[in-house]
Design a protein around this ligand. Structure first.
Ligand code: SF4
Length: 374
């Protein structure tokens, strides 16, 4: 097996079995803190010597969470809460729950009632996060959370450790971005599932460990000649797009992801933190720099123009909007985005996905038709 394949498979194995990864961390005597999306200050966890553990739901059928959330809530909160109630996350020392959308605002209370063995750390951001008062508020929240994390870890987080965490996270962000570009230029070596799983693995690993493996993948890919794109190039946008079924359908139809504006992927790692002194302020500033998502307040809807720019820069033939079912913020963004993309002459396909979905027949038909149209 080539080096690139060996390291991709190692990362895919981690992404495929997060519980095994959590058990490894606990067996090493470390503490882990769950991190519900979006943009929680997990650098604090890392700086305290603990391991952040991403919780973006899972492809599973829910039962217990239906006692807490109506059926028409998105699958991310349903599946994350359901797995927690069933004990899948036992061993976590706490869970960070950001209050970034109306659905997540109810998560903290439900979690406290349904999952009594894992305490909640609320993560509040200012709605107007980019104005000075907003930035100050976010920073004050991060300082409060710093104290909560220190209490769980039983250690003080030094400014030096936090600055180092920012550096380690930045290094990982840069390597992730490099990987998305190399994956796009090596579509025969890196399948769409490889791409998604390699990126996903970072949520269950210490970031420096993920960076080391990913750098090995990237260096090996960079040494290979670029590979021809035989099908059509697309840009994906949305919250999460890691369904193996969906990626398999795109792969079957010859699509290559030239770039993405997915929160679970590039939106999370495009913005970097300042690496100078004032690490906690740098974390709040980084949040201001995050663009291209419906989950952070964006009155100018700059996500849409950014999407058109990403598509043009990547030479994409079209955009695939992967709408997480029952996600209001994404639904509200779609109409203005369609207008902008129509005006830019960029074809757009909307598909609706759900982590509990079993029948992809309609999606397959829509994607096949999109391919024909392009
Ligand atoms: S932003 Fe959308 S997908 Fe994410 S938790 Fe809120 S409703 Fe669910």
């Amino acid at each position: 097996m080539s080096d690139v394949r060996k390291n991709i498979e190692a990362l895919k194995a981690i992404a495929a079995d997060p519980r095994k990864q959590l058990d490894r961390v606990l067996a090493e005597g470390k503490k882990a803190i769950g991190v519900i999306p979006y943009f929680a200050p997990e650098e604090l966890v890392y700086a305290a010597g603990m391991v952040p553990f991403g919780m973006w739901g899972a492809e599973t059928q829910v039962s217990e969470s239906k006692r807490y959330f109506p059926a028409f809530y998105c699958s991310i909160v349903h599946t994350a809460l359901d797995l927690a109630i069933k004990g899948e996350f036992d061993g976590l020392s706490a869970v960070m729950i950001p209050l970034t959308c109306d659905t997540l605002k109810g998560m903290g209370a439900n979690w406290r009632y349904g999952v009594k063995n894992i305490p909640v750390i609320d993560v509040a951001y200012a709605q107007n996060r980019t104005i000075p008062a907003g930035e100050e508020f976010t920073e004050s929240q991060f300082k409060k959370i710093r104290g909560q994390v220190e209490e769980i870890a039983g250690v003080k987080i030094s400014d030096k450790a936090l600055a180092e965490a920012n550096k380690i996270y930045n290094a990982n962000r840069k390597e992730c971005l490099r990987f998305t570009e190399l994956a796009a230029s090596h579509p025969q070596t890196v399948s769409l599932t490889d791409r998604a799983m390699v990126l996903k693995a970072r949520y269950f690993m210490e970031r420096d460990a993920h960076t080391a493996l990913l750098k090995a993948v990237n260096d090996a890919l960079a040494a290979l000649p670029e590979e021809p794109v035989k099908g059509k190039k697309i840009v994906t946008t949305g919250i999460i797009a890691d369904s193996p079924e969906l990626l398999g359908i795109l792969q079957d139809n010859g699509f290559v992801i030239a770039a993405d504006q997915i929160v679970h992927e590039s939106v999370d790692f495009r913005a970097l933190a300042d690496e100078g002194p004032g690490a906690i302020h740098a974390m709040a500033e980084r949040l201001n720099a995050v663009k291209g998502t419906s989950v952070l307040f964006d009155p100018a809807k700059s996500r849409n123009t950014e999407l058109a720019e990403i598509a043009k820069a990547a030479g994409a033939d079209g955009v695939l909007w992967v709408l997480t079912k029952f996600c209001d913020p994404e639904e509200f963004d779609y109409v203005p985005a369609k207008k902008v993309l129509d005006e830019a002459g960029i074809p757009l396909l909307l598909i609706e996905v759900d982590q509990q979905m079993v029948n992809y027949g309609q999606i397959r038909t829509a994607i096949e038709t999109f391919r024909e149209m392009l």
